[in-house]
Ligand binder design. Structure first.
Ligand code: AMP
Length: 190
């Protein structure tokens, strides 16, 4: 089973590329950010809990996020594989994911970081904020806080996955097609 993990700073194109790759490889795409936004929109207890973190550009607590992700995987028992987009974002989440998958005799096939510079990303996010309605995309202070969260909590996952020989980095600057081509070449070679 193909299990891919996408990470990269906010605005790096994870969601867009994951949506293309899920078609290409027939995978179930799970975005924890989308799941939180769905819960916020529907005012569920999970959404109410997550909202203040997301609005401030902070990460939602690990256990809440891990439980939500595991429940979502379990809703798809017949999946041919998964793309996790925006999860894990901390070492605790990465360890929990490895344990959860191992219980089902599964493991991550590859993790891919989409790389782009902060200035390009801020510009992309502010532009997205004009149409997405996402409050966390409309304010540069919140955007910079999301980068800081990434730097402190998510970037260390690079060495976590390098130790497992599962880390790959892909240039996230270019057209949708160019980036998608880079990703499929990489994934096909794994
Ligand atoms: P995203 O759509 O991936 O940019 O996520 C939007 C927001 O949802 C993030 O800034 C976090 O507040 C929250 N979030 C999404 N995924 C996670 C995660 N794996 N761990 C903690 N918080 C998350």
């Amino acid at each position: 089973m193909k299990i891919l993990v996408f990470f990269g700073k906010p605005g790096a194109g994870k969601g867009t590329q994951a949506a293309l790759l899920k078609e290409h490889y027939n995978l179930v795409h799970i975005s924890t950010g989308d799941l939180f936004r769905y819960n916020i929109k529907n005012k569920t207890p999970l959404g109410i809990l997550a909202q203040s973190y997301i609005d401030g550009g902070d990460l939602v607590p690990d256990q809440v996020t891990i439980d939500m992700l595991e429940a979502e995987v379990q809703k798809n028992p017949n999946a041919a594989g998964f793309i996790f987009d925006g999860f894990p974002r901390t070492q605790a989440q990465a360890e929990a994911l490895d344990i959860f998958l191992a219980k089902q005799n599964l493991n991550i096939s590859a993790t891919v970081a989409l790389e782009a510079s902060d200035d390009v990303l801020v510009e992309r996010l502010l532009k997205r904020g004009e149409t997405s309605g996402r409050s966390d995309d409309q304010d540069e202070v919140k955007i910079r806080n999301r980068f800081e969260e990434y730097k402190q909590k998510t970037a260390p996952l690079k060495s976590y996955y390098q130790q497992q020989n599962k880390f790959h980095s892909v240039d996230g600057i270019g057209t949708l097609e160019e980036i998608s081509e880079r990703l499929t070449q990489l994934i096909d070679s794994i």
